[in-house]
Design a protein around this ligand. Structure first.
Ligand SMILES: Cc1cc2nc3c(=O)[nH]c(=O)nc-3n(C[C@H](O)[C@H](O)[C@H](O)COP(=O)(O)O)c2cc1C
Length: 293
């Protein structure tokens, strides 16, 4: 199916795009109106766009229903300051409740049961229960359209980052497993980042990786090795060569057992290399593949 966005109804655009551009982190924005009334609302059209200067952006959309704008937008026009609180799994139901369209002047901290903690350099309060809070100054507000569903980019400079000490080790390093971020997807779907779904991808080597196009053809067109496997193998500075010191019993067995059938041997070597790549053992996988060359 191919969709031309101009042929979709506004609700359909929102529906498909929110499912596919996902997961999106959640900015839980605390602002104040011109009379000092506090507001707290979640926004998942949100991300970090620059580290230096430190800039994040979230978007408060015009309502599809009646094209009205939201309190958060008016607040940052009147008082260009916002605390962006990061939402973790233990906060998600209260956060969702805060998205109810309570009347102007309603303090969602009170409504959903979060605790106000004074910020240190701006006026809107922080959410005490959040493990990560960013005090921000609004740099610019950029409307993206005049119709229902149109976003208004709220571009913010991050002035001060508050991190729960429990997230840092003795060397001031963060452990991604400890945060339990929550993110929004399409419809009612959310996801949580925890140990069961986190994994590492080695950074591309600083010297250029040889690239998939430089892999030997039998590896490149392998029916067993996946695109991910090829990506791992191609992330080496130069084509590896056979290491005569490489000693592996399973490899020896394959070579011995399948010596009469080169095709079957190649298949078995690829199966074994794939297993090693799954365990992150790229060097070993290369040796296995080279031994069949
Ligand atoms: C997890 C979550 C993410 C949301 N993301 C957005 C968003 O990115 N932009 C938006 O305009 N509304 C978003 N909403 C809806 C607003 O939170 C909702 O309209 C809220 O009432 C706005 O409050 P305000 O009028 O006090 O600013 C989201 C709601 C939830 C629950």
């Amino acid at each position: 199916m191919i969709f031309d966005l101009k042929d979709l109804k506004p609700a359909e655009k929102q529906y498909y795009l929110q499912h596919v551009v996902a997961p999106r982190p959640i900015c839980f924005a605390s602002t104040i109106d011109k009379n000092g009334n506090v507001n707290l609302s979640p926004f998942s059209f949100f991300n970090l766009f620059s580290a230096n200067p430190p800039v994040l952006v979230f978007s408060s959309a015009r309502r599809g229903r009646d094209n009205t704008t939201k309190h958060t937008l008016q607040n940052v026009i009147d008082v260009p300051e916002v605390v962006v609180n990061i939402v973790t799994y233990d906060m998600i139901h209260q956060t969702s409740l805060a998205s109810c369209e309570y009347p102007e002047g309603t303090n969602e901290f009170v409504k959903v049961g979060f605790t106000e903690e004074p910020a240190t350099i701006i006026k809107p309060p922080m959410v005490k229960e959040s493990k990560v809070k960013m005090e921000c100054r609004v740099l610019e507000i950029k409307p993206l359209g005049n119709e229902g569903g149109a976003g208004n980019l709220i571009i913010c400079e991050i002035l001060r980052l508050h991190l729960d000490d429990a997230l840092l080790d003795e060397n001031m390093k963060m452990d991604q497993r400890k945060l339990n971020h929550v993110a929004r997807l399409g419809g009612d779907w959310y996801c949580v980042v925890n140990e069961s779904n986190l994994f590492h991808v080695l950074k591309p080597i600083t010297e250029l990786g040889i690239g998939v196009d430089a892999l030997p053809e039998n590896i490149r067109i392998s029916k067993i090795l996946s695109g991910n496997n090829l990506g791992q193998l191609a992330n080496v500075k130069e084509m590896p060569v056979i290491d005569t010191a490489f000693d592996d019993n399973h490899l020896k067995q394959i070579i011995q057992y399948y010596s009469v059938s080169p095709e079957e041997m190649e298949r078995e070597l690829h199966v074994y290399a794939k297993k090693l790549l799954g365990e992150g053992k790229v060097k070993e996988a290369w040796q296995v593949l080279l031994s069949g060359a």
